[in-house]
Design a protein around this ligand. Structure first.
Ligand SMILES: NC(=O)C1=CN([C@@H]2O[C@H](COP(=O)(O)OP(=O)(O)OC[C@H]3O[C@@H](n4cnc5c(N)ncnc54)[C@H](O)[C@@H]3O)[C@@H](O)[C@H]2O)C=CC1
Ligand SMILES: N[C@@H](CC=O)C(=O)O
Ligand code: NA
Length: 444
């Protein structure tokens, strides 16, 4: 049988990985897919670089639309990125009756509903394993392997760049900017690295996970997003002393009132496996009612790990090419018609409704009664304290006035109640600097 004909849009980090792995493992992949998979044409604005990767035997063009218009192409692989031209090309490829594979989480988190609807109406598939946690087959696990379960929550280290930065800062004492540059040189970072460090990339992925886990539409605009740029080295150190590690987690949880969807630095007990995931590695912990906890670990970024996921999608599409649409796994794992119903029943909750526990670092004047006033405000708000740590007082300003850091770990409480209590504590004259608040997740 003739090999399935693939048109590749964008041959940068991931695109070149896809080309190389397909070449290297073509025989193994053909035996698995049942027929060959051939990159018939590559489109990239930088045609010279594209040519240097693919050699003389593969057609290279600058205009991606030439690939989409080619009637011989069965599958379009979009590896350009972003929500601009990539969105137009994906929708045009669908309209032209091509199956699509993409690694573009930004696109799916924001425009997934439009794209999946267009694909379903046109009878083609959109596959996106590479878009979440790179080479880890988490989409496959959630949509298929765990399909019997009512998923309760998913929590993951789903951005390699930030995990790499946090690990290198902690282990080697390196500066944020130095490690970020290294992550960029290694091909982990997004074209705009603020997407990584401000938590946006992780929120794109968490948004996709929430849709697949709970059968709700993708709703990136409702995600709470906080990155690692405001983390202080002191908090990483104090967390360690308390038996925790700080990780940027993407969390989505089913509650009786709706779904939590949030990305922020989190204290995680150091004894948990996920707390020991280092460097650019990703890990996703899924809690299902039947299976219990399952953990998925691997490379979430980089050329070949991401290519592994793109090619897995190509093999799936090759096996299903020409099959009746009813035999395919729906894009989000739930039948499309059921998504809007569940979206109504399971709204994404505002952050003020999230229930979690907290690490607080409060810079105070070292005076009698300060701790009592602070714990009194927390108690009045119904927030119970798990542990308090008072650092040694430091003399500041040379006139005998001393300051200290109070570290407070709380039990679970509503974020809205914590906001109100912190506003009061911040107003105390003995509180000398903005309070640091980091959420704490037991993940059990
Ligand atoms: N780098 C990684 O580790 C991972 C990346 N992704 C996603 O994969 C996608 C690609 O990422 P990278 O390969 O890292 O990006 P990249 O920047 O290395 O590659 C993008 C390529 O697209 C080309 N391009 C840009 N505009 C174009 C246009 N209009 N027509 C044709 N070609 C065009 C560029 O010349 C470049 O070669 C993004 O959506 C990214 O979020 C997903 C998982 C991991
Ligand atoms: N920039 C992303 C790449 C993979 O999705 C990351 O660092 O994880
Ligand atoms: Na994946």
């Amino acid at each position: 049988m003739k090999p399935i004909q693939v048109g590749l849009l964008g041959i940068g980090t991931v695109g070149s990985g896809v080309f190389n792995v397909l070449q290297r493992n073509q025989e193994e992949i053909r035996r698995r897919a049942g027929r060959g998979i051939e990159i018939a044409c590559v489109a990239d604005l930088d045609t010279a670089r594209a040519r240097s990767i693919v050699g003389e035997r593969t057609r290279v063009v600058a205009d991606a639309r030439e690939v989409i218009a080619n009637p011989d192409i069965d599958v379009v692989v979009e590896l350009i990125g972003g929500c601009g031209i990539a969105r137009e090309l994906v929708l045009e490829a669908i309209a032209a009756g091509k199956h699509v594979v993409t690694a573009n989480k930004a696109l799916l988190a924001v425009h997934g509903t439009e794209i999946f609807r267009a694909a379903t109406e046109r009878g083609v598939m959109v596959a996106y394993e590479a878009a979440v946690a790179g080479g880890i087959p988490i989409i496959k696990a959630l949509r298929e392997g765990l399909t019997a379960n009512r998923i309760q929550w998913v929590a993951g280290i789903i951005n390699g760049t930030t995990n790499f930065i946090l690990s290198e800062m902690r282990d080697k004492g390196l500066d944020f900017d130095v490690v970020l540059k290294e992550a960029q040189a290694l091909g982990y970072a997004e074209a705009d690295p603020t997407f990584d460090i401000e938590g946006v990339d992780a929120a794109h992925k968490a948004t996709i996970i929430s849709a697949i886990a709970f059968g709700i539409p993708v709703q990136f605009d409702k995600a709470y997003v906080e990155g690692i740029t405001r983390l202080a080295a002191a908090d990483i150190r104090y967390a360690e002393q308390l038996g925790y590690r700080i990780k940027l987690l993407g969390i989505t949880r089913r509650t009786p009132r709706g779904v939590e969807l949030r990305v922020h630095p989190s204290l995680v007990p150091a004894r948990r496996l996920i707390a020991n995931v280092e460097g650019a590695m990703n890990a996703v912990l899924v809690q299902g009612d039947a299976v219990g906890a399952t953990l998925y670990y691997g490379k979430g970024a980089g050329a070949e790990p991401t290519a592994s996921a793109v090619i897995a999608d190509l093999v799936d599409l090759t096996r299903l090419h020409g099959a009746d649409a009813a035999h395919r796994v729906p894009p989000l794992g739930f039948q499309c018609a059921s998504l809007s119903e569940a979206g109504g029943e399971l709204p994404v909750l505002p952050m003020s409704e999230v229930v979690t526990s907290y690490y607080l670092r409060i810079r105070v004047a070292d005076e009698a009664g300060v701790l009592a006033r602070i714990t009194g405000i927390l108690a009045e708000a119904g927030i119970s304290i798990d542990a308090v740590l008072q650092r040694e007082a430091e003399e500041v300003g040379g006139e005998g006035s001393t300051q200290t850091d109070l570290i407070i770990l709380t039990h679970q409480t509503r974020e809205g109640d914590m906001d109100a209590a912190l506003a009061q504590i911040q107003g105390l004259p003995t509180v000398l600097a903005p309070i640091t608040r980091i959420r704490k997740e037991e993940l059990s």
